[in-house]
Design a protein around this ligand. Structure first.
Ligand code: G3I
Length: 324
């Protein structure tokens, strides 16, 4: 499944070190298997709190684990993420900033990470989840202190760093709620056009694709949204795909068949759009899914059951990828 016909990857988020994944040999075997996953994304340990725990004191240890897994097993690496409203270090959230001092923090963080890992990263999610559901900028320390310019500045700083490395490192925007053709997607199309009119580099959009069984956007809708980004000259990736059961008692044969169909359509939407470069699941085994921690009572969202047996969804994804 890993690199269907050399056209796109199937990848997974992963979360070593410091979690059960660390010592779970069956997990590691599946993750490392180059026939299954051709790409990985660190779920947490390249984030701000992990990489700059104190101001200008950088910790690359956790992130390097992802770099090593990718390099040892011939996988692409999506680096995630540089500027987000969440999972910040306390010195950032508790700091007494002016627009000028916080902009300097942002610049130092973005440029240090991009330059450190260079083209070990296929891409960086430069800004993550900046938009509210109505398409306006969401409140965050970055927005509240610096104003909307923080968004454009982040990409300018990233672009300078990429130029300093002389490497081809793609700059992405990553978000949820932008997988259909609704208001948030339309606002993002407009924001991308504004960046382009200002000459600011953006290479791609990551569509998180956290869906619900039975309420997943249709194949046609997902294709249309992706085509909109590609028409603006960007790459598209599905970056955090999982399809959760909202009702725990729906995890029966009918439910798993519907989940499989929802996965099939989602993966097919990427296959059917030239410019959709890959699909990443937000971890592959229900044991390590983020869903129950955030949505109590919901879950069973991943391709593998908690005991590492494969769900119908796993085979549906395989079928879709083999159709490439
Ligand atoms: O680091 C602490 C640890 O010290 C403590 O013992 C433990 C006890 O709960 O918590 C650890 O922090 C957890 C952190 O992940 C690091 O593992 C938090 O509780 C937990 O809430 C946090 O969740 C992460 C979440 O982002 C935070 O919003 C998930 O693992 C991660 O999968 C998730 O990923 C996000 C993407 O980055 C962006 N898109 C949405 C996606 C899902 O929420």
């Amino acid at each position: 499944l890993a690199h269907a016909a050399g056209k796109l990857w199937l990848g997974s988020a992963t979360d070593q070190p410091g979690t059960g994944e660390d010592t779970d040999t069956l997990y590691q075997e599946i993750l490392n298997d180059t026939h299954i996953f051709g790409q990985i994304t660190p779920a947490n340990y390249m984030k701000f709190f992990a990489t700059e725990p104190e101001q200008n004191v950088f910790n690359f240890t956790g992130g390097q684990v992802a770099v090593d897994i990718a390099q040892d097993h011939g996988k692409y690496l999506r680096c995630h993420n540089l500027i987000w409203l969440s999972q910040l270090s306390e010195w950032v959230t508790d700091g007494n900033w002016t627009a000028e001092t916080l902009t300097a923090v942002m610049k130092n963080h973005i440029q240090t990470l991009i330059i450190h890992w260079g083209d070990a990263c296929y891409s960086w999610d430069v800004v993550n989840e900046a938009l509210a559901s109505n398409g306006s900028f969401a409140s965050s320390i970055w927005y509240d202190v610096i104003g909307p310019e923080y968004f454009f500045l982040a990409y300018q700083f990233a672009q300078e760093a990429v130029e300093a490395t002389g490497k081809d490192i793609k700059l992405f925007y990553n978000d949820y709620g932008i997988e259909d053709t609704g208001n948030k997607t339309q606002a993002l199309y407009a924001l991308i056009q504004e960046m382009q009119s200002r000459g600011i580099q953006i290479d791609g959009v990551g569509l998180e694709s956290h869906f619900e069984v039975g309420a997943t956007p249709s194949l046609e809708t997902q294709i249309a949204a992706k085509q909109g980004y590609v028409a603006l000259g960007l790459e598209v990736a599905m970056t955090e795909l999982d399809i959760r059961f909202v009702e725990a008692n729906a995890t029966n044969c009918t439910g798993f068949a519907m989940q499989a169909q929802n996965y099939y359509d989602s993966v097919s939407s990427c296959i059917q759009v030239d410019g959709c470069i890959g699909i990443t699941v937000w971890d592959f085994d229900d044991t390590y899914s983020w869903i129950p921690g955030t949505f109590p009572g919901q879950g069973a969202a991943d391709l593998y059951n908690a005991d590492f047996t494969r769900k119908p969804a796993y085979y549906a994804v395989g079928e879709a990828l083999q159709s490439v």
